[in-house]
Design a protein around this ligand. Sequence first.
Ligand SMILES: *Cc1c(COP(=O)(O)O)cnc(C)c1O
Length: 463
Amino acid sequence: MSETAKDTVNERLRGLPSVDSVLSSPPAAGLIGRYGRERLAEAVRETLGKARESLLAGEGAPASVEEALEAATGALEKLFRPRMRKVLNLTGVAIHTNLGRAALAGEAAEAARMAALSCVNVEYDLERGVRGDRDGIVEELLTTLTGAEAATVVNNNAAAVLLALNTLAEGREVLISRGELIEIGGSFRLPEVMARSGCVMREVGTTNKTRANDYENAFTERTALVLRAHTSNYRIVGFTSRPALPELAAFAKEKGVPLMEDLGSGTLVDLSAFGLPHEPTVQETVRDGADAVTFSGDKLLGGPQAGIIAGRADIIKRIKSNHLKRALRVDKMTLAALEATLRIYLDPEKAVEKIPALRSLAKSLEDVRAMAEKAAPMVAGKLGGSAEVFVMDDVLRAGAGSLPEVDIPSVSVAVRDARMSPGELAEFFRRLDPPVIGRVEDDLFRLDMRCLDDVGELAGALA
Ligand SMILES: *Cc1c(COP(=O)(O)O)cnc(C)c1O
């Protein structure tokens, strides 16, 4: 750089306002009120630093106070913007793990709010004024609803399986059918969980067929547990069999080891009442002889993220006294929401009305179609003339390892647009407020209507 060029750059650098002068300028006062002095000062410093760098590189002109504030505000708006936002799940997957799984029933959300805003007796015996048991909040409800003798709650079902395996079989062998070595999305792989819990996996049978005597042949004095797992996201069809639960339970009992079933989704109501395939309920699993059953709180149960272990009193007692439990315990808000959700199940007919996940799955196809007929003109109105918007029959999946491979009849609003590809349409809808999440299939952008509770919500997003 020549001497004169250097002089010009130096002059321009001197033309940059100081951080202090920007912060003490009149328009900064309002921004300090909104974002706080510390954040604003940092953003201004960064903005001026960038301006200095481009001047040194021989580019740009000195920023004015107003320009510096404008750039800083842009950065701060982005920083202060809420990241977790309400979205409309019209993906055709009812319980979508990436979208937070089950939406809570109103009363469950209210209970979580109460617990969040106050001190609560989460671990305090109000009658005796002494320390209580965290599980005491939900245990009676769980035993009433499932028929199990006792129950305990941890952070999620993965934690429930880990904790139960570690308690019941650390350093010893666990028998499991080769057809049940499941992997659930998000890296829950049964062989890995087994290893982490410190037990030795002993595979029995084959992928498609496992018989009772396969368990018999694998049983040794090192065997501590028989495990059965729900094949949540796949089905083995064709030439297949596995022992019925009562048969396996009788085997475990004869050998003097517990039988645990990882039920995964775990429903408390018989879904066949809504025309869905029958899923073994927690109650049936307990009744058929499982000594411990693990299931999720936020799948078909429709509550908060949690893992529930229900089972024999002596087994649950051992699990509760495992020190690992302390690391996996749930917080007061989860517990409050779970309690309120379980209370709804005391009257199973109310559960279907009040719990959003069940309500969506139980909704009649006519109701879903009526929703689609209302929504289609709104979508068409938003997109304008180039879009072809129509109502079509579709299929929905329960999702999150519930009802594997079951097609649930549904109705979608489908869009084809001369100006936008299906992917661009998906992006357009994601940018609405609240974001509307659909899916692309067969070159069509689709909005599945089964999980939309109120067409007004979609109207609001489109407005
Ligand atoms: C979903 C599932 C899990 C994991 O449960 P999370 O609540 O997601 O931790 C474990 N086992 C089975 C069979 C499942 O379906």
